[in-house]
Design a protein around this ligand. Structure first.
Ligand SMILES: NC(=O)c1ccc[n+]([C@@H]2O[C@H](COP(=O)([O-])OP(=O)(O)OC[C@H]3O[C@@H](n4cnc5c(N)ncnc54)[C@H](O)[C@@H]3O)[C@@H](O)[C@H]2O)c1
Length: 335
C-alpha cells in the first residue's frame, strides 16, 4: 500500500498527515504539547507519547524536530512513501549484531519488537520448546497479529547442547512460529544469521539428527560431538535452502535467506578470544583478507536489506559477509 502523506514538523515531533484536510485542523495545536496526531482519510488518532504512536500508527513516525512552532513551520511538506515503515521482530536484539540491526532499523523509522533473554520487549529463552512457544505467543500479542519481517539472530557459541538448541532449533522455531504473522504483510521477509563456520568441518551424525531426527536425539549427540557450533550453523543454512523453495515460503511470497558473517566484534567473539589458544584457532579458521573482523553495524546493513522490500527475488541463500573467508576456504570448489 503506497500512500502520499505530508510531513509536518512541529515543536516536538514530525507528524504524518494526509495531503488534504488535516493542515487546518492541526494548525491550532501548541508547539509544546507532547502529542502526536495521525490522520488517515477521515480517521484521527491521538497518542500521548511518540512510542505509542510508533506502536499503533499505520503510517509510522517519520522523524523528530525541535525547530519552530507549528505555526512557523506549519507546512514544510515532504512526500514520503509510507510503505517503507515496517514492523520487524529481531531475536538476540539485546547485544551485538541483533542490537546493531535494531538501532539501524529504528533510525530508519521502523518499529522493532526485540526478543532476547534480557533487555527486550519479548523475554523468551529460545533454548527450550516452552521458551520458543512463549516467543510466538508474546510476539502475536505485542504485534497485533501481523509483522513484516523476522530476523532470527540469537545465537551462542558455548560447549554442549545449548548451542544446538538455540542456534538451530531456536532459529527454526522463530521462523516457522512467526510465519503466520508474516502472511499478513504485503512484503514479508525472513532472515536468519548463520555463520562462516557453516562451511567449516562438522559432525555428520549431529547434522543428520538436527535435520532428520528428534531434538532429544540431537541434543544427546551434541553433548559429546565436536564442531557443535559449526554443525548447528550448517544445519540452519541447509534448512533454509531446503525450505525457502517450498509452498510455505516461496509460494507464499516470503523470501527466506541467511547471512553468514565472518568474525564480528561482539560479545560472542570477545568471549571466544578470552582464551589465547581459541583466539589463534578461530582467527586461523576464518581468514579475512578484506579488512579482518568488523563491527556489527556492517552486518546490520545487509540484514536490513535482506529483510526489506528491496529483496524481492533472492531466496534460499546463505550470503557470506566475511572479508573473503569463504573464497579462501572453499576456493574453486563451489563453481
Ligand atoms: N560475532 C561473530 O563473530 C559471529 C560470526 C558468525 C555468526 N555469528 C552469529 O551472529 C548471531 C549474533 O551473535 P553476536 O555475535 O551478535 O553475539 P552476542 O552474544 O553479542 O548476541 C547474541 C544475543 O543472543 C541472545 N541469546 C543468547 N541465548 C539466547 C536464548 N536462549 N534465547 C534468546 N536469546 C538468546 C543473547 O542474550 C544476546 O543478546 C549469532 O547467531 C551468532 O552465532 C556471530
Amino acid at each position: 500500500m503506497k500512500k502520499s502523506v505530508t510531513v509536518v514538523p512541529t515543536g516536538f515531533s514530525w507528524v504524518a498527515l494526509p495531503l488534504t484536510g488535516a493542515r487546518e485542523r492541526f494548525a491550532g495545536r501548541s508547539e509544546r504539547s507532547k502529542f502526536s496526531l495521525v490522520l488517515l482519510g477521515r480517521h484521527a488518532a491521538t497518542f500521548s507519547t511518540v512510542s505509542a504512536m510508533k506502536r499503533h500508527s499505520p503510517v509510522g513516525l517519520v522523524g523528530h524536530s525541535n525547530g519552530g512552532s507549528a505555526q512557523q513551520t506549519a507546512i514544510r511538506s515532504a512526500r514520503v512513501s509510507v510503505a517503507s515503515f515496517r514492523k520487524y521482530v529481531i531475536t538476540g536484539s539485546a547485544s551485538g549484531i541483533g542490537l546493531a540491526t535494531r538501532h539501524l532499523l529504528e533510525a530508519q523509522g521502523h518499529h522493532v519488537i526485540g526478543a532476547d533473554i534480557h533487555n527486550a520487549e519479548v523475554i523468551a529463552d529460545l533454548g527450550t520448546p516452552e521458551g520458543r512457544a512463549d516467543l510466538v505467543e508474546q510476539v502475536e500479542r505485542k504485534s497485533g497479529g501481523s509483522i513484516d519481517a523476522v530476523l532470527a539472530v540469537a545465537g551462542v557459541d558455548i560447549p554442549g547442547p545449548a548451542t544446538a538448541a538455540i542456534n538451530y532449533y531456536g532459529a527454526v522455531a522463530t521462523l516457522q512460529g512467526l510465519r503466520p504473522l508474516l502472511l499478513k504483510s504485503s512484503a514479508p521477509r525472513a532472515v536468519a544469521v548463520s555463520s562462516i563456520t557453516s562451511v567449516h568441518p562438522y559432525d555428520e551424525q549431529l547434522l543428520n539428527m538436527l535435520l532428520n531426527g528428534t531434538e532429544e536425539q540431537a541434543l544427546e549427540r551434541a553433548r559429546d560431538a565436536s564442531y557443535v557450533y559449526a554443525t548447528s550453523k550448517r544445519a540452519l543454512s541447509r534448512w533454509i535452502r531446503r525450505n525457502a523453495i517450498n509452498a510455505d515460503w516461496a509460494a507464499s511470497g516470503i523470501p527466506l535467506n541467511a547471512l553468514a558473517p565472518g568474525l564480528v566484534k561482539t560479545e560472542l567473539l570477545a568471549r571466544l578470544f578470552e582464551d589465547p589458544d581459541k583466539k589463534r584457532a578461530v582467527s586461523a579458521g576464518t581468514p579475512m583478507p578484506l579488512g579482518g573482523p568488523y563491527e556489527p553495524s556492517a552486518a546490520a546493513e545487509f540484514l536490513a536489506w535482506l529483510a526489506s522490500e528491496k529483496n524481492g527475488h533472492m531466496t534460499g541463500q546463505t550470503i557470506f559477509i566475511d572479508g573473503g573467508a569463504d573464497a579462501v576456504i572453499r576456493g574453486d570448489s563451489v563453481w
